[in-house]
Design a protein. Structure first.
Length: 575
């Protein structure tokens, strides 16, 4: 796909010079406007967006030097490339012009190949992203607007716009530094380019890849047969980025979320298509990231809801809309209550109960997870300490609190945990910190340091969602976890022999590494029986009890049901 035509302004008082130069530039793909005087040039730059100006030094009235000075006085024109055109390369005028901010000069009679090369150099430098060398948003929108205005022709097929965003990019910058972040951006750009070339060769399409800024990329793919091909390419891009990156001597896992919109008659401008591709990208993030979603009109309502949630979540803590629920954790061999997992819930005044699966990813992306997570930690520890005093609990229960990757990357995390334990008078071993396998894999080196410091504090560490991220045995040996938590998907599928054997292998692995093992998502008596036969130590799930409100959890403890069981279930009287 050819680059979008840059727009040039040719300023010369000689009509023949203007005509000859502008014609040759147009034949080379540029858009050209002309001005016969400096005064007219100033009018045009306020009316149009130019990528470069060719300005004659010697003109009657307002000459080239004065015009240059006037242009540079305007903040909006301070970066506009200005190439002076002079009849004398050694004249004082050229030296003066360069001193006033001219970018370059050419001499008359103009050697057109040289002039063309200099124009291209300055235009490209202005329009390209300096980090990746890709076109920027301006050139991308020019290309997109031109395609939207193209007469519909079956031989061209259709085209699609892709909006690509690197998942959890801020976490990479925060944990590894901005230089590492730049390496990731460049690496993603190269892989996207390679994948698009492969798609072009196979589909007969043409692509344009751009970087508007930050961790975002936009893609224009022309010559597609239908929406199915557009989706196929999107999935190809996600797969290409999924291979681990080597960054500054480390191996890190990077993923992208991709939104796609297909050309349609309703679009009259590129901004509309890019907006809808952006919506589709956010839909991909809300469904778990590392995926591609194609835009449809139903996403408009979803995006409006997401914006509402993102805005209101910033005030949810101050407005006392958040609460902690407590799900019992059971020692499976005897049915004893071993502790609780603290689970965050949000009761929105207008939307009702908002699922954690919906608002937690937003909290992670926006950074709200940090103050909210600290509040959950403090509230859960405070509540366990309060139950100690109220019920003189024996044996001493534990409390499980989830930490996200964003929280773990906070430099003051260990001091925050230590302060909370001191304030609530809770011994460290009674706090179990749960961290998902995916978060551990995302940044192994930084996580190892954080986990070692937490363990040194005396806090128990639990690897959550084990089996989902395919942790290598070397990683499991490397990190100082006390307990492996089997993901609910394995428990749910235990009716199949293969999954039962998988859990047997996990239990054996935990034993060999001197780790405890727990299972989540226990919902039936059959699952409980199987887990007991496999020597799984702990479990939680709806079979025992749902996540309980503070009052419901208190009723369980008040009823003295620490050891009571009914077919293995905790009897709260409210389940």
């Amino acid at each position: 796909m050819n680059p979008a035509a840059a727009t040039l302004l040719v300023v010369d008082d000689d009509a023949m010079n203007r005509d000859v130069l502008s014609r040759r530039l147009v034949r080379n793909g540029y858009k050209v406007l002309t001005a016969e005087s400096g005064a007219r040039a100033l009018e045009l730059v306020n009316e149009h967006r130019f990528d470069a100006v060719l300005l004659d030094v010697r003109m009657p009235g307002m000459g080239g030097i004065e015009t240059l000075q006037r242009l540079r006085q305007s903040r909006s024109m301070s970066e506009l490339p200005i190439i002076m055109v002079t009849a004398n390369s050694s004249s004082d005028d050229v030296v003066q012009a360069l001193g006033f901010g001219a970018n370059d000069y050419v001499t008359k009679p103009i050697d057109f190949p040289i002039a063309l090369a200099r124009i291209k150099t300055h235009v490209t430098a202005r329009r390209a992203d300096p980090l990746t060398g890709l076109p920027n948003r301006t050139i991308f929108m020019d290309q997109l607007d031109r395609l939207i205005g193209r007469p519909h022709d079956r031989k061209h097929g259709t085209f699609a716009v892709y909006f690509v965003d690197i998942d959890r990019f801020k976490l990479i910058n925060d944990s590894l530094g901005h230089l590492a972040g730049d390496e990731v951006v460049v690496g993603v750009a190269r892989r996207l380019e390679d994948a698009l070339r492969s798609a072009d060769a196979r589909l007969g399409s043409e692509h344009a890849l751009a970087r508007p800024g930050g961790d975002e990329f936009t893609i224009l793919l022309d010559g597609l047969a239908d929406a199915a091909e557009a989706r196929e390419v999107g999935d190809l891009l996600v797969e290409a980025i999924g291979v681990p990156f080597a960054v500054r001597g480390r191996t890190i896992h990077v993923s992208i979320s991709v939104g796609v919109v297909i050309a349609a008659h309703r679009y009259t401008g590129g901004g509309e298509m890019l907006r809808d591709a952006d919506m589709a990208m956010y839909r991909a993030k809300s469904l778990g990231k590392a995926r591609c979603e194609v835009f449809d009109v139903s996403m408009l309502a979803l995006v409006e809801r997401r914006l509402r949630i993102e805005t209101d979540l910033r005030h949810a803590l101050a407005r006392h809309e958040l609460s902690v629920y407590y799900q019992p954790i059971i020692e499976l061999s005897g049915g004893q209550l071993q502790g609780f997992e603290a689970l965050l819930r949000w009761h929105h005044p207008m939307l009702g109960v908002v699922s954690p699966g919906e608002f937690m990813p937003i909290a992670e992306e926006t950074g709200e997870i940090v103050p909210i997570g600290q509040w959950v930690l403090r509230e859960a520890c405070r509540q366990l300490s309060a139950w100690d005093e109220e019920f003189a609990l024996q044996p001493r229960l534990t409390i499980n609190v989830n930490l996200s990757a964003r929280q773990c990357m906070q430099p003051n995390l260990v001091s925050v945990v230590k302060r909370v334990l001191t304030e609530t008078n809770l011994s460290p071993e009674r706090l179990k910190v749960e961290i998902t396998e995916g978060d551990v894999l995302q940044n192994c080196e930084a996580m190892e340091s954080i986990l070692n410091r937490l363990r040194a504090l005396g806090v128990q560490l639990q690897l959550d969602e084990f089996g989902v991220g395919y942790t290598a045995l070397s990683y499991l040996q490397r990190f100082p976890f006390h307990t492996i938590k089997i993901d609910r998907s394995f428990v749910a599928a235990m009716k199949e022999r293969g999954n039962t054997e998988t859990i047997r292998a996990i239990v054996a692995l935990a034993g060999a590494l001197k780790m405890g093992v727990a299972a989540e998502g226990v919902e039936t008596a059959e699952q409980l029986k199987d887990l007991q036969s496999l020597a799984c130590e702990f479990g939680q799930g709806f079979y025992f009890n749902k996540p309980l409100t503070l009052e419901e959890a208190r009723q369980v403890l008040q009823a003295g049901s620490l050891g009571s069981q009914r077919d293995g279930r905790i009897n709260s009287g409210s389940a």
